[in-house]
Design a protein around this ligand. Structure first.
Ligand SMILES: Cc1cc2nc3c(=O)[nH]c(=O)nc-3n(C[C@H](O)[C@H](O)[C@H](O)COP(=O)(O)OP(=O)(O)OC[C@H]3O[C@@H](n4cnc5c(N)ncnc54)[C@H](O)[C@@H]3O)c2cc1C
Length: 423
């Protein structure tokens, strides 16, 4: 049996290792397209802060790790797939056959169609190559404009601040992390960031980027009419799954590659996992891309076990986002935006702006389906436990609506009931 894994990020690596354990005699090929050893994108901010060097981003530290596991590594870009013949065509013209295929190609940052977006002073922050370019341009005192204040935008802000740049963040939404946090929470994060000396312009976009009269400087025109001279522009305006090579194949793709609870695509023998995959959501069953590393590892394990012939189900995807924005910890879980009241929805907010503490809990009937928090770092595991376990809260729901800060007590009381988790 020959397994081909397209992608050598966290998904590809965990899948290769799981496959080796589950199928000791099978052939495994793992393909990456960046010419780097397998590395973790989430370590890039630490690299930019100079807390680690490049080798600190590598997912496995011993150079012969994959050789010892008899996992063949290949640097090549898949450009098309023939699911009838079970073979992949690579950009260099060669083919690889497979018996089982895992699509673990992740996603890429999207560059909005703005005039000047391809100038060399305009960078994304996604790959090690991007990190090298940013490190070169983001020097103490450099004028940096960051386009987008979503998940990745907030994460890299800390690294940019640590490099001593003058940072302006421009966000189309009315708050920071608008697709991850409630309006109140996004507003509080914005206030926090501004107290740290970062300028945040919300409800605004970048209209154009032009080369300035000064060398290596660009003039950025905002939708507000302001023009800012910058040494570096970082585009953090969203990502899109790497699915181009699946065009004109029978593999069903929506935003990402659609998979069932076994991580199998619409084509038998072809699986997908990680940032490129859309798997069923824990609550709604609707397909969801959950582009975070723990999700990549979970899905990789399940996909690999199925590829090795051990039927294993994924227990639904729970959206989890945990952010450290210049020292302020925030998180959101599940359906944080809540459910309509005529569908059994109810919610409550606790707001303490002075101490940067915030909690929003959302319920459907007597189950917590989502939460957003700021500054409550110690017990967020209990929130996750309540939501992921779909714990029936009984009378605790009303108590939490009256005082949401009692969620730890609710977790202890209800998750220790023998029947509490049964649904
Ligand atoms: C700056 C930054 C910070 C982050 N911080 C966090 C964090 O704090 N917490 C968190 O949970 N997540 C974080 N993430 C997200 C996390 O990195 C991703 O969820 C994770 O990398 C997904 O792993 P993956 O293996 O599915 O995809 P990727 O890591 O993107 O790997 C995909 C691989 O596929 C290869 N590939 C792509 N196309 C092809 C092709 N056609 N042929 C062959 N190979 C191909 C690429 O070379 C790449 O190696 C961060 C991401 C970034 C960019």
């Amino acid at each position: 049996m020959k397994h081909v894994i397209l992608g050598n990020g966290p998904t590809g690596v965990v899948a290769a290792e799981t496959l080796r354990r589950a199928a000791p005699a099978d052939e495994i090929l793992m393909v990456g397209s960046e010419g780097e050893p397998p590395y973790s994108r989430m370590a890039i901010p630490y690299l930019l802060e100079e807390n680690i060097d490049e080798s600190g981003t590598y997912l496995r530290k011993t150079p012969d790790h994959f050789k010892k596991l008899r996992v063949r590594e290949l640097n090549a870009r898949a450009v098309s797939l023939d699911t009838e013949q079970r073979r992949i065509l690579f950009q260099d013209g060669h083919f690889e056959d497979y018996d089982r295929l895992l699509i673990a190609t992740g996603s890429h940052p999207v560059r909005p169609p703005i005039p000047g977006v391809d100038l060399p002073e305009v960078q994304t922050c996604w790959t090690l190559a991007d990190a090298r370019a940013i490190a070169n341009l983001a020097k103490p005192g450099s004028r940096v404009l960051q386009l987008g204040a979503g998940f990745i935008g907030c994460i890299i802000m800390e690294a940019l601040a640590a490099r001593g740049v003058q940072l302006t963040v421009v966000e189309m939404g009315d708050r920071m992390v608008p697709r991850m946090m409630t309006p109140k929470a996004g507003g509080m994060i914005k206030n926090w960031v501004e107290t740290k000396g970062i300028r945040v312009v919300t409800n605004a976009g970048v209209k154009r980027i032009d080369r300035s009269a000064q060398p290596s400087v660009v003039d950025v025109t905002l939708s507000t009419g302001d023009v800012l001279s910058c040494d570096l522009v970082i585009v953090a305006a969203g990502v899109a799954p790497n699915v181009a090579f699946l065009e004109s194949t029978p593999v069903h793709v929506a935003k990402g590659v659609l998979v069932n609870e076994y991580l199998e695509t619409s084509v038998p023998g072809v699986y997908a996992a990680g940032d490129v995959a859309e798997a069923p959501d824990l609550f709604t069953g609707e397909h969801l891309v959950a582009a975070i590393q723990p999700n990549a590892a979970d899905q990789a394990r399940v996909a690999a076990l199925n590829m090795a012939g051990r039927p294993t189900k994924l227990n639904g995807v729970l959206a989890i986002n945990v952010l450290a924005t210049l020292g302020l910890i925030s998180s959101s879980f599940g359906q944080w935006w809540g459910e309509k009241s005529d569908q059994g929805g109810a919610g409550v907010e606790h707001i303490d702006e002075a101490r940067y503490r915030y909690l929003s809990l959302q319920f459907k009937d007597d189950v917590m389906i989502g939460a957003t928090s700021i500054g409550l770092t110690e017990h967020v595991g209990a929130l996750r436990g309540l939501i992921h376990g779909q714990v029936k809260l009984g009378a605790w729901k009303e108590r939490l609506l009256a005082n949401p800060l009692q969620f730890v007590e609710a977790y202890v009381a209800r998750s220790q009931q023998p029947m509490a988790l049964a649904r």
